[in-house]
Every structure is written in C-alpha cells, then in structure tokens.
Design a protein around this ligand. Structure first.
Ligand SMILES: *Cc1c(COP(=O)(O)O)cnc(C)c1O
Length: 379
C-alpha cells in the first residue's frame, strides 16, 4: 500500500491524537457531560478568535458559515460591497445573488491584495451598503488581504459591517477580531484548525447583531438568533457534530497550551523554509502578498501544473493542490496548515523537484531541499 501525504490547503492532515479523540463513543448532546465540554470549547474559541463575543458553530463546511453571514446580516434588496480577489471572493457575490442582495464587486487581479483606497472610494460611492464581504486570505491565489485597514474604514460607519472569511487565516497569523473591529469572522474545521471537514465557526459582534435582528432574509438552520439563544442556555439549537466538536476540543487545548504567538510562528517558519527552497530552485511565487497559510508557485514555462499535481498524487502519494479558475494549470499550492512539520515541507519540496524533473524541466535534484534544510537548521 502506498504511503499518502496530505499537503493541500484543505482538507489538511489531522493528527493521530485528534483522530483518536474523535473515535471515542458518542456522548449524548443533551447531557450535562456534553454541556460542560461545550462550555469549555466556547471559552477556548473566544481565545482563538480574540473576541469577547459568542462563536456560533454550524454542522457544515465553511461555505455554510459564509451563507449564514449573508442571510443573517442582510435583507432582500440590500446592497453589499464584495472584495473579489479570487475564487472565494466570487463565492460572496454568488451568495448575495442567491439572497436577492445587490453586490457591488471590487475585482482585484489574482495574486494581489485589494487596494484600501479603492475600498474607501466604493464605500463613499455606495453609502447604502450595509456590509463589506472579504477574505482575510484568498486561498485560491495565496494573497493576504488588508483586513485591519479595511476594518478601520468601517469603524465610524455605524450602518456598515465587515464580514471576514478567515477560513485560512484564523489560527495561521494575527487576526484580532475585537481590537480591529471585525464584525463577523468565519472559519471552517478542515484548514487552519487541522480537523476533518464539517464544522463552520462564526463570531458575531454587537454591531452585526443589530443588523441580524432586522434581517428579513429567509433562514431556518443557519440562524444567528436561535444559535445565540441556545448558547445562553449552554446547549445547541440542533444536534451538533459531536465527534468533530470533541476533536475541536483537543485542537483548542493544544492551541492554548502552545499559545497563539507560537502557533503563528510555526506557520511562518514552514512558509519561509518552503519559500527558501522555491527561490533556490529558480521558481517564482504567484502571489505578490503571500500569506503563511500556503505557498503558491508559478508552474515553470512549458510545464502543465495539473500534470505536476497529478504525478505527485498518483505516483508519489503526495497531495498538493493545483490552481482553480483562471489559475488552473498555471500554479501549484503547498499547504502550511494542518498537522505538518518542517520534515513534511522537505518531503513536499523533494517531490516537486522530482516531479518537475520527470516532466522534462531542467532541475538539479536536491537544490531546493538543501535550501530548506539550511533555513530550518538555523531558524
Ligand atoms: C476552503 C475555503 C472556503 C470554504 O470552503 P468549503 O469547501 O465550504 O469548506 C471558503 N473560503 C476560503 C478562503 C477557503 O479557503
């Protein structure tokens, strides 16, 4: 049997400790035992999100959290500003359209961060916009977006909230929900939190709750009001994803014990070592403002990125990701999220070297590995 490595930016590798926790017998969700576990997890989530507000949990993929934000904040006919810096930005527009909300799109060239001045101009041009939707990190391009700066633009605009898809940012690098004034922050289980897919987590500010109370959009399961009520009663509105929540408890304990700063430093180190290798190989980053979540590399001239990804997965047992949408075939992406260490990065780099060579690209085997080793040995 082939040994397999999961190094794509979601879903990511899950640690044996978390897998084992999730395989324990199911606890009934209306028991005092589960209620106590839930209380602890809800407190630990506040530490992760850096917020005093409640964090709502849904049994869905990350997109469910995004849909909940749109449906709960806005009403049909409302206007929202959407920052589209890649495939996940486009999803915000599609969700707005599904709920009859007028999306004013700010399109950003792939691989770039949005220009803050453009966001300010758009806010001035559309003062009726009730929300700005954005990604903290656009996973399809690897570009980090200026969340703090955009939040600052909204601080004194009483009638406009900021909703941030932080699925590949929260728990990867600094994101201060309350201090920066992020009204809605969304994450999912299968990326930075190193869990299997199936949980969406959403924090909601007081400013956002004022909009939620006024929303006339249809919603039933994805309802912030009923979730808030259940949190006050130390329970959940519906049957929660018990096993995933048990795993989340283990992940959060580990994050608290390690400390957020050290968790951020871990991701930054994996990213920097990987990029030392990419540059030693003479390859170029696709992203102009790279994040610590993923390294996105341009596939060299004459090589098909999809063929490289397929070769690694099928012949070597190593899953990295290719490009989506307009970047398909042009890039490959190596995750720094998940249960990964520097040694896994060295494996990914070795596989990229061998894959490129076997596809006919002139490469000196070991050059990237050597640069990564050099970096990791002294940092
Ligand atoms: C993965 C991801 C999502 C959510 O995708 P799901 O498949 O619904 O979990 C949303 N936004 C970003 C930036 C992502 O990376």
């Amino acid at each position: 049997m082939q040994k397999r490595y999961l190094m794509a930016p979601g879903p990511v590798a899950v640690s044996p400790e978390v897998l084992s926790k999730m395989s324990e017998p199911i606890i009934h969700h209306r028991s005092p035992q589960f209620s106590a576990i839930l209380q602890r997890i809800r407190e630990d989530l506040k530490y992760l999100f850096q917020t005093q507000n409640d964090v709502i949990m849904f049994a869905s993929s990350g997109t469910g959290g995004m849909e909940a934000a749109v449906a709960n904040l806005l009403s049909p006919g409302d206007t929202a500003i959407v920052i589209r810096a890649g495939k996940f930005g486009e999803r915000w527009t599609e969700l707005c359209e599904a709920y009859g909300i007028k999306a004013v799109n700010i399109d950003v060239p792939w691989g770039d961060a949005v220009n803050v001045a453009t966001v300010e101009q758009t806010l001035n041009a559309f003062p009726e916009a009730k929300a700005v939707f954005m990604q903290a990190h656009e996973t399809s391009t690897g570009a980090k977006q200026p969340v703090k700066e955009i939040a600052a633009l909204l601080k004194n605009r009483e009638n406009t909230v900021l909703a941030v898809d932080a699925i590949t940012a929260l728990g990867v690098y600094e994101l201060k929900t309350d201090e920066w004034g992020l009204d809605v922050v969304i994450t999912g289980s299968q990326k930075a939190l190193a869990l299997p897919p199936g949980l969406a987590l959403v924090s909601v500010s007081e400013k956002a709750m004022n909009l939620v109370k006024k929303s006339t959009s249809p919603r039933y399961y994805f309802n912030f009001l009923s979730e808030k009520k259940s949190i006050a009663k130390q329970t959940t509105a519906f049957t929660p994803a018990v096993s995933l929540i048990m795993g989340l408890g283990t992940v959060l304990e580990d994050i608290k014990k390690t400390g957020l700063e050290a968790v951020f430093a871990h991701h930054a180190r994996l990213a920097a070592g990987t990029r030392a290798a990419i540059s030693a190989l003479g390859l170029e980053l696709y992203t102009r403002v790279p994040s610590e979540a993923v390294t996105v590399v341009k596939t060299p001239e004459g090589i098909d990125g999809q063929a490289l990804v397929k070769k690694l997965r099928e012949e070597y047992g190593i899953t990295i990701a290719g490009g989506q949408g307009q970047a398909k075939g042009k890039i490959f992406r190596i995750s720094h999220m998940g249960h990964l260490s520097e040694w896994d990065m060295i494996i990914a780099i070795a596989a990229v070297e061998r894959g490129l060579k076997s596809l006919g690209y002139p490469i000196e085997l070991g050059k990237g590995v050597s640069a990564a080793q050099g970096y990791f040995a002294i940092h």
